[in-house]
Design a protein around this ligand. Structure first.
Ligand code: PEP
Ligand code: MG
Length: 753
């Protein structure tokens, strides 16, 4: 912006600041401040009207005006999208026109007396992408507002937004604006992991409260911005230069995008212009971020959206540099519940075991982060609308992962009801402890084996307390995912050995590296694939890149060091893949023997059945496999052709769908015919009703997260399996799509809630 305009803008901001700094008196202090703003802005921008519309839910209310009919204040309201003001709020973009009455979307509010004003310029009042209101100036004569004037008004709007956050416009009366982030907020998301928790908000990207949005010394602010940008660029270059990224990969693409943005002249220029106009460097960054977020909400193209997310992340980093706030300052609040837009598995693990729950604004149930949350046994809710914008660090929050409910800043009676639910959950836990050492045996004497799924060393301590009889699925890739370089064989051997030792006599089934699809290793080169879930993943990668698979198999053999060992290959789609992988393992055993190392006292080699094709493999496959484990997460997505990560289609097909259950029944029967032990280790095994249905279909081994063992064992111990099977068979014959309704009704009748 030209120098003179910048100086004028700074003068206006200074006047605003000192007018607002005057201590307010009386209950209408907030209203008086708003009135002062409209007066000052109208005078300074030579406008006959200046009005502030503030958002109340889905409506905008005329909250202060100079020039329009004062009677209209607090009575004129419009919906977001309605009229010019509503459109500004909806699109988060300025509108200017010389002829308001003819402008698209114009709507007439007679009580305001605005019809005599032809020219209109309105800008959104927004903070961190959240539109809080609209600031408008109007003139009687047709007037072409310049870009400098638009920018000047936006700068004022930024200051109003920052000040609104501090609560200086709020007051006690009905017409006053409520204090921001003070009211309870409730939303419903999608269940990522069951469980309930009460705790305190911990924002992954904290909103920084900007104490003084107006800066006295633009040169000093510019210097601060450039210093922060320099640091940011160095940080990105260092990440890019790090050895582990030398191979490329998706992560590198993100960093390259960050680098591009960090050097983008337009981005920097816009922030400099805001500083020139009198804003503090942080507010200049916030302004850019708000625009990015506004664009993000309009863009549908997923690639572009991702890039805008990258830019948003970059702004967060820049903001942290300016305010000196670390990503996590190490001081976690009591019972922290993490709130993030999205998060990777490594970042989630960085918070350690202290987290009591996680709420994501995006995310998907099948993602790694969800798998880690499950491993950490904490409730997870995904796709929680607006949660990162509503929550403030330190807010009290209740998370109900059983129903996907989130209560932020809850009313006391809600909190009490919630605590009653937690108490019930605790009582249930006590009940599970009481049956921990009892068998998972149904009333009519069918004995099942319940195993635990694990993926982190930290999971092992729960093996005993959960009552699991072994580890049915050890996801070795989690170890690879949370690291920045390929682990060494010796490191893996030491880790696997520790796992075997801590499991004691209980068996552990190690699954070889299952990467690809959504599990992307940052240090591994991959070509983009149109359908990664159907692409180069799991055993396909292992057989094509034998080095890593052999290294991992050697590590397992060394870890066993003469003890029994169970190895399972993921995502086997045809007999030959299993045969080839098995041959590799047997060759490694021979090699170890030649080197004079101890070989396993009992080696069991199994396959995961995750593609429908394997269910129809030749008999020889079922004979050769020492055991089979049904990976229901993948099997279900391929059976129904419904992406496990796509929330839109994922829930369309019930696990208790007749076709799927019958398929499971046929797999169990085929395995039985060959005396091949078969288990189910997908997430559904940990859901009591699903587990019961699988048992009726003939499965006798189920593997699930540790926390599910109790609830699953409880239901199995309370039912007569033959009767449950009869209920399911009748439902199957009735032509029902799913047996769920009938099974649930029967459980209800039996008093098994
Ligand atoms: C499965 O697909 O059910 C499974 C257990 O493997 P993952 O969830 O790790 O893909
Ligand atoms: Mg799988």
């Amino acid at each position: 912006m030209p120098h003179t305009r910048a100086v004028e803008s700074r003068v206006l901001l200074k006047r605003l600041q000192s007018a607002l700094a005057e201590p307010g008196t009386g209950t209408d202090a907030g209203q008086k401040r708003l009135d002062r703003i409209t007066g000052l802005v109208a005078e300074s921008l030579v406008a006959e009207v200046c009005s502030i519309y503030l958002r109340r839910g889905e409506e905008l209310e005329l909250s202060a005006t100079t020039g329009l009919n004062p009677e209209a204040v607090h009575s004129t309201r419009m919906r977001v999208r309605e009229g010019l003001v509503g459109r500004i709020a909806y699109r988060a973009e300025p509108i200017k026109t010389k002829d308001a009455q003819r402008a698209r979307g114009y709507q007439y509010f007679p009580e305001t007396g605005e019809e005599i004003f032809a020219s209109f310029l309105g800008v959104p009042i927004q903070r961190l992408g959240e539109v809080l209101g609209v600031l408008v100036i109007q003139n009687r004569q047709p007037r072409e507002y310049t870009e400098d004037e638009v920018h000047g008004l936006e700068v004022v709007a930024m200051v109003i937004a920052e000040m609104a956050e501090s609560g200086i416009f709020t007051g006690p009366s009905e017409t006053d604006i409520p204090r921001p982030h003070a009211l309870p907020y409730f939303t419903k998301g999608i269940i990522g992991q069951e469980g309930v928790a009460e705790g305190t908000v911990l924002l992954h990207d904290p909103h920084v409260a900007i104490e003084n949005p107006v800066a006295d010394d633009p040169a000093a602010e510019r210097a601060r911005l450039h210093e922060a940008l320099r640091g940011l660029r160095v940080e990105i270059d260092e990440m890019l230069e790090a050895d582990y990224l030398a191979d490329g990969g998706e992560h590198r693409e993100v960093l390259n995008a960050w680098r591009m943005f960090a050097h983008d002249k337009g981005w920097v220029r816009r922030m400099e212009a805001s500083i020139e106009a009198g804003l503090a460097a942080e507010v200049a960054v916030d302004r850019e971020q708000s625009e990015t977020r506004a664009r993000m909400s309009r863009v549908v193209d997923p690639y572009l959206r991702e890039r805008l997310h990258d830019l948003d992340d970059l702004s967060n980093r820049l903001m942290r540099r300016l305010t000196g706030a670390a990503a996590t300052n190490g001081n976690l609040p009591e019972n922290p519940i993490l709130i993030a837009r999205n998060i990777g598995p490594g970042e989630l693990l960085d918070y350690g075991r202290s987290l009591k729950g996680v709420v994501l604004e995006e995310g998907s149930v099948g993602s790694h982060a969800a798998i880690v949350a499950r491993a950490l046994a904490i409730p997870l809710i995904i796709q929680a609308d607006r949660i990162t914008r509503e929550a403030v660090d330190g807010d009290p929050i209740l998370v109900d992962g059983d129903q996907g409910l989130i209560h932020l800043r809850p009313e006391e009676n809600v909190a009490e009801a919630f605590r009653a639910k937690i108490d019930m959950a605790t009582q249930a836990l006590e009940e599970y402890v009481a049956i921990r050492d009892k068998p998972a045996e149904t009333l009519d004497g069918t004995r099942l084996t319940l195993h635990m799924n694990a993926g982190l060393m930290a999971d092992l301590p729960s093996l005993g307390p959960s009552g699991a009889e072994g580890v049915g699925l050890y996801r070795t890739e989690l170890q690879f995912l949370v690291r920045r370089t390929v682990p060494k064989r010796s490191e893996l051997a030491a880790l696997y050995s520790k796992i075997l030792s801590s499991a004691g006599d209980k068996p552990v089934t190690f699954r070889t590296l299952d990467i690809g699809s959504d599990k992307v290793l940052p240090y591994m080169k991959r070509d983009p694939e149109p359908n990664p879930a159907l692409g180069w993943r799991a055993i396909r990668v292992g057989l094509d890149r034998k080095g890593v698979m052999r290294m991992q198999l050697q590590a397992m053999l060394r870890a066993a060091n003469g003890r029994p060992l169970r190895v399972m290959f993921p995502f086997v789609a045809q007999f030959d893949e299993f045969r080839e992988a098995r041959d590799h393992l047997l060759r490694e055993v021979e090699r170890e023997a030649k080197l004079g190392h101890a070989t396993p006292s009992d080696l069991q080699i199994g396959a995961m059945l995750e593609t429908p094709s394997l269910a129809f493999a030749p008999d020889q496959f079922f004979e050769m496999a020492d055991f089979i484990s049904i990976g229901g997460n993948d099997l279900k997505q391929f059976f129904f052709a419904a992406d496990r990560e796509n929330e839109r289609v994922r829930r369309r097909y019930d696990t208790l769908n007749v076709s799927f259950l019958t398929f499971i029944e046929q797999i169990a029967a085929r395995c039985d015919a060959h005396n091949t032990p078969v288990s189910f280790c997908g997430e559904d095994a940990g859901r009591p009703v699903e587990a019961l249905a699988f048992a009726t279909m003939g499965l006798r081994i189920l593997s699930m997260r540790g926390a599910s063992i109790g609830p699953v064992k409880r239901i199995l111990r309370s039912v007569n399996l033959g009767e449950a099977k009869a209920v399911i068979d009748t439902a199957r014959k009735s032509g029902a799509q799913s047996v769920r309704a009938d099974l649930m009704a029967w459980l209800d009748r039996e008093g098994i809630g």
